[in-house]
Design a protein around this ligand. Sequence first.
Ligand code: HEM
Length: 439
Amino acid sequence: GKSTSIPEPPGLPFLGNLFDIDMELPLKSLFELAEKYGEIYRMRFPGHTFIIANSHAMVNEFCDERRFPKTISALKEMRHAIHDGLFTEPNWGIAHRILVPAFGPSSLRVMFAGMYDIASQLAMKWARYGKNSPITVTDDFTRLTLDTIALSIGDFLTESGDRARRLPIPSIFYRGKDKKFFGDIEVMRKTANEILQERKAEKNLDTRKDLLSAMLNGVDPKTGQKMTEQSILDNLITFLIAGHETTSGMLSFALYHLMKHPETYRKAQQEVDEVCGKTPIKFEHLSKLSYISAVLRETLRLTPPLPVFNVAAKNDKIVGGKYVVRAGELVIVLVGLSHLDPKVYGEDVKEFKPERMLDGNFDRLNKEFPHSWKPFGNGTRGCIGRPFAWQEALLVIAMLLQNFDFEFDNPDYTLALKQTLTVKPANFKIRAIPRDGLR
Ligand code: HEM
């Protein structure tokens, strides 16, 4: 057939579209350009170009992993931290096959107690704050999610724990030239390595069921190989970085949406009261929290903490029946916008309506419109920590609703975003009003 060129915003002769992007909130610029240039467009920068795919139809094509495998060229800074080995075969395959079961149902059941502990520390802290002091939601959730992943990896590095073992978590998206970034990564690797060496020394006593043990002891069923020490370290660091900001963003956005839509808050709270009553939340309760599950899905649709992932074609390909995508050219799959495609979700697409994400509706959605809901990335390279994040979020939201009602610190607050690599609410402050005694 005939091919058409991909629309491009006009730019400057050498600098291309450099000034079309607001560096503080790049996402916003990409959204605005989509309104003007449509479901697929190309931007030019000195030395490279990239394509932005942003409708459901386009995203659906780019989710064919055989045609468009994941690429990581946009994460150069990350790669300094965690090396290339993590991303490339054979290391990726070995780690992936060992780690999938480590995030499976029986491991998650074991991790529940630790997650519960950390969540209840947060609930107690918020109860102490009481109605009179504002809570900085996103900061508190970030501490919680970091503590939870650290504990699940292997009982270390928590804020509350041993000072000497406290990790500097490099805010990944300090500018790449920032020395502090590389300094923090060094300290992080060093600390992680100490933990690893200590665990190896106690090998015979190692009956623990955490992620570090899973990595040390696991054998890849396909190659019979174990993970190398380097690969274990790389993965430790990846979990710490990938696992906490994202989950904290999901929790913060979920609480925001619930508070902004009091009828959804009441339904969610009623579900917790029916399923858990006033007794401590148990592992078995979580799978019964179907309305809260729908709340989380709808939260990730409207406000995904990671609103993009990247792919590239191995050789030239045609998409949309007419657009040529050149081999190796970076494609940004903008799920933050394809999640707002009215062809999939209807005219009320921008509204927060958890009902559309209840189990039956969610199944139908995924059948009728494959790849329309992609907050966890795609296919084999999708998020390995998804069940972990889900369990933690269900537990935390349920525990908070069981124990508190909330008010916005500023009653006029409307959602503002802050973007590093992940996106989180900015300046979101609340007050917690204990219900009748902590449960
Ligand atoms: C990959 C989202 C929680 C570990 C990804 C990707 C996305 C994502 C979109 C694909 C990135 C890409 O293609 O470039 C999220 C969200 C989370 C979350 C929204 C919470 C709501 C977690 C947690 C962990 C984790 C808790 C670890 C405990 C990973 C790892 C990968 C990944 C290791 C790379 C997988 C691979 O390449 O095989 N995540 N994530 N994530 N995530 Fe998550």
